[in-house]
Ligand binder design. Structure first.
Ligand code: SF4
Length: 193
């Protein structure tokens, strides 16, 4: 059933407008109070904390960060307003840097699915790294091509490396060096795929 259209006379309209303006003013004042309270809470949270200047680890834009640390504990990470490039801005990923340290959902185990199995099993990170290292060594020993058609190529086609946007610039630099040293020429990054 369609509802009947609302009719307003001039007096009703003015009354309604006045109420809306008052409500909007109340909201603005409330918002300002909340913002002030939030600022105060933030100030208390980082009072007497040491400021450590850094660079966001995630991408080559290199936005500046300030980490607040007290008694060896990280309290907060935010954009550095004095940074000449980013001037305090951080994208959503950079703004969530704090969670690198404290997010309770952070993965602390690797998942391994054995050949032929349909089940994933959580394994220790160290164990996972040892398994990866052992496979890399075995693959390189078996498939490294030193020479092809009389030309020295030093290439390893049996392995590829896929980078990730959560790797730091320094990680990417070191990984590229490592892969080139192994002879891997298939280097990709998931942001490009
Ligand atoms: S804040 Fe965003 S844009 Fe800036 S360096 Fe980090 S990931 Fe890159």
């Amino acid at each position: 059933m369609e509802s009947a259209p609302m009719t307003l006379n001039r007096r009703d309209f003015l009354k309604l407008s006045g109420m809306s303006a008052a409500a909007a003013a109340g909201l603005v004042a409330g918002g300002a109070r909340n913002a002030a309270a939030q600022r105060r809470t933030d100030e208390l949270r980082i009072s007497e904390a040491k400021e450590v200047l850094g660079v966001c680890p995630f991408c080559s834009v290199g936005c500046g960060t300030v980490a607040h640390v007290r008694n060896g504990q990280l309290l907060n990470v935010e954009g550095n307003i004095e940074h000449p490039i980013s001037e305090g801005s951080l994208c959503p990923k950079g703004a969530a840097t704090f969670q690198l340290a404290y997010n309770e959902n952070r993965a602390t185990k690797a998942l391994y699915r054995a050949p032929g199995s349909t089940e994933w099993q959580p394994i220790d990170l160290k164990q996972a790294l040892d398994m990866i290292a052992e496979r890399i060594k075995r693959t390189r020993d078996q498939y490294f091509i030193h020479e092809e058609d009389g030309v020295i190529v030093n290439r390893l086609d049996a392995m590829a490396h896929l980078g990730s946007a959560v790797l730091e610039n320094e990680d990417n630099y070191a990984l590229t060096k490592l892969m080139r040293a192994l002879g891997v020429s298939y280097l990709e990054h998931h942001a490009r795929i």
